[in-house]
Ligand binder design. Structure first.
Ligand SMILES: Nc1nc2c(ncn2[C@@H]2O[C@H](COP(=O)(O)OP(=O)(O)OP(=O)(O)O)[C@@H](O)[C@H]2O)c(=O)[nH]1
Length: 422
């Protein structure tokens, strides 16, 4: 280095005298990057020197920071390269914000990425933009701070981890109800705050995340070391990132609710016919691959029309709800039951043989006999069921399995009801 200005002293933390006469290697965060830049740009043969590019530099104290460098070759009158000039700015400058903004647009308008991947990409983008080390989308419930998404340069944080929110920068952000930033926590008003003293956070920028008008958590970026001051652009960008993430969270929650509604039977809370068949198809595929047994029971409440006729539709509904609770209560966690018709249910038993299914059917019939439904205005009555049972045969289609189990149910009905047939 043959010339440096006073701004370089501020940016790198060296005095002019400490820099003059030294190799620029001193300024780079990574030795490899120094060699690479020398090979690519800083040699007489390179045409790349006159360009703006980003690279990680290191200050006298050891902190890394991203610099936006605009370089040019200096030539003698003869045209030969005699040196290079480089103007280095902290990377978070106005043109950098514009570049980040364009990337936000690219991510949000991607038609293939899932919302969850978009959130992850926004976290990575923010991390790069702010030049920090850890990006977190947190959910805050009471005093619990739950890491939902994170990108951690040090690989120490994982989604699902929990902390107490009190004493964190995020608590501060939530209380402020707006974007807050600390570029040098140890020197500012935050130096006595526990997030500096116990978590050793040196720089931080974060915003509260609101979903459907309710506080959800925070989106935040932090690092152990101090950083350049955050600009107005940074604060605006931070707000934009948290609003964008809020929107994806809202969409995710909304879609999950719609999906749950579309696949659940309202009366019993069980999966409806479509969801039941989908789940059964998935299990059939797994059974094809792994060879585990799969037994299916088609269960139909007997003379259900009489219940409606005698007690009214509301009591009929109550009886269906009671049946669902009893049946689900008897099954294992891995079994599942769906309502596939008015008073028709399909039970699926992964890993169960025909005998296991038969045993379950008997147990269910016994349980129904001793668990009366109370119509409130009248004598309690009990339910009986007819059951068709079939074991899935490897490679069989869904239609064929359903036809076999329905035929078995038909035989049970024809045989006088309140029985199991296969
Ligand atoms: N309360 C109530 N009734 C329903 C619902 N869905 C279907 N049903 C009634 O269930 C009855 C079924 O009657 P059927 O198909 O004749 O069968 P069943 O009376 O049970 O006779 P078997 O099945 O032959 O033993 C009909 O009266 C339907 O109106 C429902 O969600 N709630």
């Amino acid at each position: 280095m043959v010339y440096v200005n006073s701004a370089a002293e501020v940016l790198f933390g060296y005095s002019v005298d400490e820099l003059l006469g030294k190799e620029t290697r001193l300024l780079y965060a990574d030795e490899g990057e120094y060699s690479e830049q020398g090979r690519k740009r800083y040699n007489a043969a390179s045409k790349l020197a006159t360009e703006t590019y980003r690279v990680a530099y290191r200050r006298a104290g050891g902190e890394r920071f991203l610099g936006l460098t605009t370089a040019a070759a200096m030539r003698a009158k003869t045209g030969s390269v005699v040196g290079f000039t480089g103007i280095i700015r902290p990377a978070r400058s106005a043109d950098n914000s514009l570049e980040t903004l364009q990337k936000v647009h690219t991510i949000t308008s991607d038609l293939i990425l899932s919302d969850s991947h978009k959130i992850e990409s926004l976290l990575r983008l923010g991390l790069r933009h702010f030049g920090l080390e850890v990006a977190i989308l947190s959910r805050v419930v009471g005093n619990d701070y739950i890491v939902e998404h994170c990108v951690d340069c040090w690989n120490q944080l994982k989604p699902g981890e929990r902390f107490e929110v009190s004493g964190t920068c995020c608590e501060y952000t939530l209380d402020a109800r707006q974007t807050v930033s600390f570029c040098c926590v140890g020197k500012g008003r935050m130096r006595r705050h526990p997030c500096y003293q116990s978590m050793e956070i040196g720089s931080y920028i974060g915003s509260p995340v609101w979903v459907s008008g309710e506080r959800y958590g925070t989106l935040n970026f932090s690092g152990h070391l101090p950083t350049e001051p955050f600009s107005r652009d940074d604060v605006i960008l931070m707000g934009l990132l948290s609003d964008t993430v809020s929107y994806f969270l809202y969409r995710q929650i909304f879609e999950e609710e719609i999906l749950a509604l579309a696949s659940t039977d309202e009366l019993t809370g069980l999966p409806n016919r479509r969801a039941t068949w989908e789940r059964l198809s998935d299990l059939m595929e797994i059974s094809n691959r792994s060879g585990f047994a799969l037994t299916v029971l088609s269960i139909d409440v007997d003379y259900f029309k009489n219940i409606n006729d005698q007690w009214g539709h509301a009591v009929g509904d109550m009886a269906l709800g009671a049946f669902a609770r009893i049946a689900v209560g008897l099954g294992r966690k891995t079994d599942f039951c769906g309502r596939v018709g008015g008073e028709e249910f399909l039970f699926v038993f992964p890993g169960a043989t025909l005998e296991d299914g038969w045993e379950f059917g008997d147990q269910l019939r016994r349980e129904l006999r001793v668990t009366p439904v109370d119509p409130v205005k009248g004598e309690p009555f009990t339910l009986s069921v007819s059951v068709g049972i079939a074991r899935y045969e490897c490679g069989e289609s869904l239609e064929s399995l359903l036809a076999r189990v329905d035929a078995a149910l038909y035989r049970a009905k024809q045989g006088g009801r309140d029985r199991i047939c296969q």
